[in-house]
Design a protein around this ligand. Structure first.
Ligand code: IPE
Ligand code: IPE
Ligand code: MG
Ligand code: MG
Ligand code: MG
Length: 346
């Protein structure tokens, strides 16, 4: 018999949107950067302004004539809905991982930025759809009203679709050489698709309806839980590492080390998300908390309790750190990031 641990009674957050996306830059994303970025001794947060700037440029480009070659055919309200969620902040973990992985393999930040932005667009699309009434039915995300609350369900669905497809346009047009672009497209399509994120989301929703007597024992439930988390969250995180490696033309050994690191960090990241749903609050998280148990979600703390879940996440982080030890000094930032994944407060 399995016991599910219910969360503390939710006190629903009612704060409202903090307004439209902030100022946007006019620089065209195809314009070359004047200097090569060096981040040897920066902490991982130092990547964020660079990522924000490039994301902003890509959003602006939708209303310009050159990037898509399709003049101003993007409806302004669609661009607004896309930018509303994309430019609302967020930790930018996945793009940061792309940049760090590229650097760890001897590549440059500038060459990896298109892939970094592409995966953040796919991630943001997944959040917009995850929040829809038919899925997790949330009204707060990244400190703002969710996309469907602000723009309506139809526009939110389409804004998600447009972010997903724009990501692939960026990969094809901006990642060089073409072999790296093709590799990145393949990685992202797989990670975001039926056997990856989307498959995991389906399994996540299905598990809400699951009668616990379906599982033979806790181990079987745990295997199912791990497979949900690996797909819905882990696949995109692993993909970020692999795309960074492809952009840097990494050898097989480095690609494999980063792949293993990504799998462990990815699972640890979702366990931390499950734990934060119980322990944190909407002000810190920018999204509502105390919801998973009410929705009957299959989560780590729900299955194993908080302490065991914390231990599991910590063990996964140590595992991730071991995988990148052979990268030596080049893996230093990834090492710090792995620790952040479980220490984070939002
Ligand atoms: C939230 O992802 C969804 C999960 C996979 C847990 P993040 O926690 O990375 O959300 P943002 O990008 O910082 O908003
Ligand atoms: C979402 O998992 C995973 C994806 C968006 C693919 P959650 O549903 O736990 O994420 P939050 O807690 O809403 O951010
Ligand atoms: Mg969900
Ligand atoms: Mg959710
Ligand atoms: Mg969650």
């Amino acid at each position: 018999m399995l016991i599910r641990i219910t969360s503390i009674q939710p006190e629903r957050n009612r704060f409202s949107a903090i307004g439209r996306h902030g100022s946007r830059l006019t620089r065209h994303p195809m314009a070359s950067m004047s200097s090569t970025l060096t981040v040897q001794h920066q902490t991982w947060q130092a990547f964020q302004p660079t990522i924000e700037q490039r994301l902003n440029s890509y959003m602006d480009a939708l209303l310009q004539t050159k990037f898509s070659g399709a003049s101003t055919d993007c409806p302004p309200q669609l661009q607004e809905a896309m930018a509303y969620s994309l430019m609302a902040g967020g930790k930018r973990l996945r793009p940061t991982l792309v940049l760090m992985a590229a650097e760890a393999c001897g590549g440059e930040v500038e060459s990896a930025l298109p892939a970094a932005c592409a995966i953040e667009m796919v991630h943001t699309y997944s959040l917009i759809h995850d929040d829809l009434p038919a899925m997790d039915d949330d009204d707060l995300r990244r400190g703002r009203k969710t996309n469907h609350i602000e723009f309506g369900e139809a526009t939110a669905i389409l804004a998600g679709d447009a972010l997903l497809t724009y990501a692939f346009e960026i990969l094809v047009k901006e990642v060089k050489p073409y072999t790296a672009a093709a590799a990145c497209c393949g990685e992202l399509a797989f990670a975001a698709g039926a056997c990856g994120m989307v498959g995991g989301q389906v399994a996540d929703l299905e598990a809400e309806e699951t009668n616990w007597s379906k599982y033979e024992d806790t181990d079987q439930a745990a295997r199912h839980l791990e497979s949900i988390h690996r797909r819905k969250t882990g696949c995109l995180i692993t993909c970020a590492l692999r795309m960074g490696a492809h952009v840097a033309n990494a050898d097989q050994k480095r690609l494999e080390a980063l792949d293993h690191y990504g799998k462990s960090v990815g699972l640890a990241f979702q366990i931390a998300d499950d734990l934060l749903d119980i322990s944190s609050d909407a002000v810190k998280m920018g999204k509502e908390t105390q919801k998973d148990a009410d929705h009957g979600k299959l989560t780590y703390p729900g299955l194993w309790g908080v302490d065991v879940s914390r231990q599991r996440a910590a063990a996964l982080v140590e595992d991730a750190r071991r995988w990148i030890q052979p990268l030596g000094e080049n893996g230093r930032q990834l090492d710090a990031l792995a620790r952040y994944v479980v220490e984070r407060e939002n």
